[in-house]
Design a protein around this ligand. Structure first.
Ligand code: SF4
Length: 212
């Protein structure tokens, strides 16, 4: 299966690519951003064609594919399948559609990279969860890539440091904010992109000073 990497995600260690060389060694290339690392890899290949393994291509398409492959094979939870289904709900939205899986993954990575995370207590988390359980924006997020789903679930446990509620199986993805609900209900600041209108029952609407 082919995977693609969101350009907004910073891989662990930064934007790094080990360009294989014909003698079996590699040249480590470091970039400042997603676009920058692609540009530097392409420049290196164009200048050093003679030392590259046979078959290596110095084109934008090849560089993009090779970099994504390198990152996604090392950190599969940062990537999503190229053929991930696009839900019908996206039709007519106008703006570019981003699958809920990707929005949730972006949110979890932002939280993970943010450092110390303030949590709420179990009573507050359960109160929020009870509202989400009856919310139409609490929807399925899983893709047809089992490993991708498992990686997102593992990241979810990591961000909430193992916190659980008895109703976790009913907490899925929040379509309104693009977040993983088993995580969001525990966070003082759950983050998210708020691409869609939450209903008036939403605890984030009712208590915006601590939950948006
Ligand atoms: S919109 Fe609010 S209440 Fe509904 S699922 Fe999302 S966080 Fe929960």
């Amino acid at each position: 299966m082919m995977f693609t990497l969101s350009s907004s995600i910073v891989p662990p260690g930064g934007f790094i690519y080990d360009q294989p060389l014909a003698d079996g060694s590699h040249m480590r290339i470091s970039g400042a951003s997603y676009d920058n690392i692609l540009e530097l890899i392409l420049k290196f290949r164009l200048v050093h064609l003679a030392v590259l393994p046979a078959g290596t291509q110095a084109t934008q398409e090849a560089v993009l594919a090779d970099y994504n492959q390198a990152v996604c094979s090392q950190y599969p939870w940062l990537c999503r399948p190229l053929d991930a289904p696009v839900p019908a709900a996206a039709a007519g939205q106008g703006a570019a559609f981003v699958p809920l899986f990707t929005r949730m993954l972006d949110n979890l990575n932002q939280l993970k990279n943010a450092g110390a995370i303030p949590y709420v207590d179990q009573l507050a988390a359960q109160t929020r969860a009870n509202i989400c359980l009856n919310c139409p924006q609490n929807v399925q997020w899983e893709t047809n890539c089992g490993n991708c789903n498992q990686n997102l679930i593992a990241l979810s446990y990591q961000v909430r440091q193992g916190r659980r509620l008895g109703c976790d199986s009913g907490l899925r993805g929040c379509r309104a904010y693009g977040t993983a609900l088993p995580v969001s209900v525990w966070l003082a600041d759950p983050g998210g992109d708020n691409k869609y209108q939450p209903p008036s029952i939403c605890w984030r609407v009712r208590n915006p000073e601590v939950a948006t």
